[in-house]
Write a protein that binds this ligand. Structure first.
Ligand code: ZN
Length: 165
């Protein structure tokens, strides 16, 4: 998908890049407060064209990405056009990445890493291959999964979407 195509599709859905960013920033402010609490600052959000969504190893294109703070770089959420096809999808993708942000920044909470058994069923149903499941779990801890299940419930969002965006 070319950059021109991406920009056209964003303008078709959101009117302009400016209105897309104002939606994302307003949503992120609300969701960050809900997910990370009052004391955590909202990470900067950037939209990147689809051609940047493939990993260096050529793995499947992702819809969104979270990069934790590193040296001089702020923690950042990147959204690709496939996460921007409508408001609800964008909201879920933002929430997923904000849960990564929460995991990185809110460390002092003593949380019980418990989640209902059907959450594991949902994860198993997604990955027929146990290697793929282990790979996914290596980036999504029990703490992440428990939080995602909780956030999905609060936002009344589908659990599988919240886990796999
Ligand atoms: Zn993730």
């Amino acid at each position: 998908m070319s950059i021109e195509y991406d920009i056209k599709s964003i303008n078709d859905i959101w009117g302009s890049e400016k209105s897309l960013y104002s939606f994302l920033e307003a949503e992120a402010t609300i969701l960050c407060k809900l997910i990370c609490g009052d004391k955590t600052s909202v990470p900067p959000i950037q939209v990147m064209p689809t051609c940047f969504s493939k990993g260096l190893m050529g793995e499947n294109a992702r819809s969104a990405q979270y990069d934790p703070e590193e040296d001089d770089y702020l923690p950042t959420i990147t959204l690709f056009p496939s996460a921007l096809t409508d408001r609800q999808i964008a909201r879920i993708a933002l929430s997923h990445e904000l849960i990564h942000h929460w995991e990185q920044t809110v460390k002092d909470q003593k949380r019980v890493e418990f989640y209902p058994a059907e959450v594991d069923d949902c994860i198993k149903a997604r990955f027929r291959d146990s290697n793929r499941e282990s790979f996914w779990r290596s980036g999504h801890s029990r703490r992440f999964i428990a939080k995602a299940a909780e956030v999905a419930k609060v936002l009344n969002a589908p659990l599988d979407k919240m886990l796999f965006y």
